[in-house]
Design a binder for this molecule. Structure first.
Ligand code: GZL
Length: 325
């Protein structure tokens, strides 16, 4: 009797395993819940590389099938990628526009194809309503405000009566460049101590940051009290140029940067820069959750800003943990 019973149990167990296996197999071949086309600007900075990494891992975690294209800093490549996504009939298109202008035609094609578009990181300028459904990205204006508010506190602490500033900006006509510049300028506008000697386009690139700093040092020399740099890459490019001019960054010149990647936090801890405003690259989860809501016909918020903080020599910098980008 025992033997018969064990055969029956064995048969039931094998049937259950077979069913589970089929289920798993069926699950593996199930259509992905969402096919998302994403056009990334390029790989110009640690921030951008961190943003890409975060989007790819979020797609995996959310079971989203991701068509990812790197535009290598070219708007034309981004427009081509969006047209490929339309031809491929993806469910949702997302992209980080390298500059704000020149998107109307391709986004009208996406709208005619019935494919919703999410802006990631940066915004566009358009006179046509309804070309995009949502912007997921930092409040760059506020980043500029936080940078200027730090400088005003620093000038008060040092008792400075006049503050000469040089500004190394990000890519001209990009949202972070326009808004970081405006937020900073509007905040110092009422402070008669503050003078911007010159703003120069560093294109968010380390090499350009070095070139800009070399030009500014040749032009203004030790008149410079502050460098306001729109991202860490350009800041890290500028530092050796300052040191080669026998000036001590963080002491002879106040250095303010934006992004707060690991390298910038490391030089903040060394005292070579004074303030880094955070701009988180970790937008992947919001992107996937928003895209899934759109696929399911749900309403989404028009703008989603992550919460960001300021790291500076006003705090215990050794307490700042790993940044992950
Ligand atoms: C900001 C992002 C900027 C970063 C730069 O959200 O658009 O582009 O600040 C990056 O590092 O190149």
């Amino acid at each position: 009797m025992l033997r018969n019973k064990s055969y029956k149990v064995l048969g039931i167990l094998m049937a259950l395993m077979l069913f589970a296996g089929c289920g798993a197999a069926a699950e593996d071949t199930a259509e992905p819940e969402l096919l998302l086309g994403f056009s990334q600007i390029g790989s110009e900075s640690a921030w951008r590389i961190g943003n890409t990494r975060d989007i790819e891992s979020a797609a995996e975690e959310h079971g989203v099938s991701l068509m990812f294209e790197n535009a290598n800093q070219s708007q034309a490549n981004q427009i081509d990628a969006i047209r490929r996504f339309i031809a491929y009939k993806v469910d949702v298109i997302a992209f980080s526009p390298i500059v704000e202008d020149g998107w109307d035609n391709v986004l009208m094609e996406a709208r005619e194809a019935g494919i919703p578009v999410i802006l990631v990181d940066r915004d566009i300028k358009t006179e046509i309503d309804g070309l995009t459904t949502c912007l997921i990205g930092a409040d760059f204006y506020n980043e500029g405000v936080m940078a200027a508010e730090y400088l005003i506190r620093k000038a008060d602490e040092l008792g400075l009566e006049s503050v000469n500033i040089v500004e190394i900006t990000g890519t001209e006509n990009s949202t972070p460049m326009r808004q970081r510049q405006a937020g900073f300028a509007d905040t110092i506008a009422g402070d008669e101590r503050m003078h911007i000697l010159e703003s120069i386009d560093g294109d968010f690139l380390k090499s350009r940051g070095a070139e800009c700093m070399r030009y500014l040092l040749d032009t203004y020399g030790d008149e410079i009290d502050v460098v306001y740099s729109h991202n860490d890459e350009m800041t890290l490019g500028a530092l050796p140029e300052i040191e080669n001019s026998d000036l001590v960054p963080g002491q002879d010149i106040i250095i303010i940067s934006i992004d707060a990647g690991q390298e910038a936090i490391d030089v903040l801890k060394e005292g070579r820069i004074n303030c880094v405003v955070e701009c988180t690259p970790n937008l992947g989860d919001e992107l996937m959750e928003t895209a899934l809501r759109l696929k399911n016909g749900e309403q989404v918020e028009a703008v989603i800003h992550p919460v960001e903080q300021v790291f500076s020599d006003e705090m215990d910098v050794d307490s700042i943990g790993p940044r992950g980008y």
